[in-house]
Design a protein around this ligand. Structure first.
Ligand SMILES: [Zn+2]
Length: 162
């Protein structure tokens, strides 16, 4: 099931779940919530009477997934929302298109490049130079690659899937 993240937000219970999810920060980028990151695919009340939450990891082998699931359960439990069913949604794969505007802004302020230029080039999140050099397949986490800007010499990470 794929639906716009907030399409089912009319029910008060579902809205409360969204509010709790907005307090769960990404373990690797603690400035953005998992909602801003766009990894919450759906929240819905199902026929079994339980709320189902679908989460797409930013990278299929992401070791942070377990941590995120635990944090979600804690946040929901803190709001008196027990018995929520967490589903991992691997398809379609997460892309930076799913970032909220606010999430995008926060990531760039944090020094993580999220946009490619129209020509498909990665640009430095600080000075927008396209003269960048890939230093490592792995950045601060396995989900990211590490680059350095040849113009301003700043190192930065990018999401691998952009
Ligand atoms: Zn730069």
């Amino acid at each position: 099931m794929v639906e716009a993240p907030r399409a089912s937000g009319a029910q008060p219970l579902v809205r409360r779940v969204w509010q709790a999810l907005e307090t769960v920060m990404d373990p690797e980028i603690p400035v953005v919530s998992i909602v801003e990151l766009g990894i919450v695919r759906h929240v819905g009340l199902r026929e079994d009477g339980r709320v189902h939450v679908g989460i797409t990891p930013t990278y299929s082998g992401c070791p942070a997934t377990e941590w995120i699931h635990r944090s979600i359960r804690e946040a929901l439990f803190g709001q008196g929302l027990a018995g929520v069913v967490l589903e991992t949604v691997l398809w379609p794969a997460w892309t930076t298109e799913w970032l909220s505007e606010e999430g995008r802004r926060k990531l760039e302020a944090y020094g993580i490049a999220v946009e490619r230029t129209p020509s498909g080039q990665i640009a430095c999140p600080r000075c927008a130079s396209q003269a960048v050099e890939r230093l490592s397949e792995f950045g601060s986490t396995p989900c990211k690659a590490h680059y350095r800007c040849s113009a301003c010499l700043e190192p930065f990470d990018t999401f691998k899937c952009i």
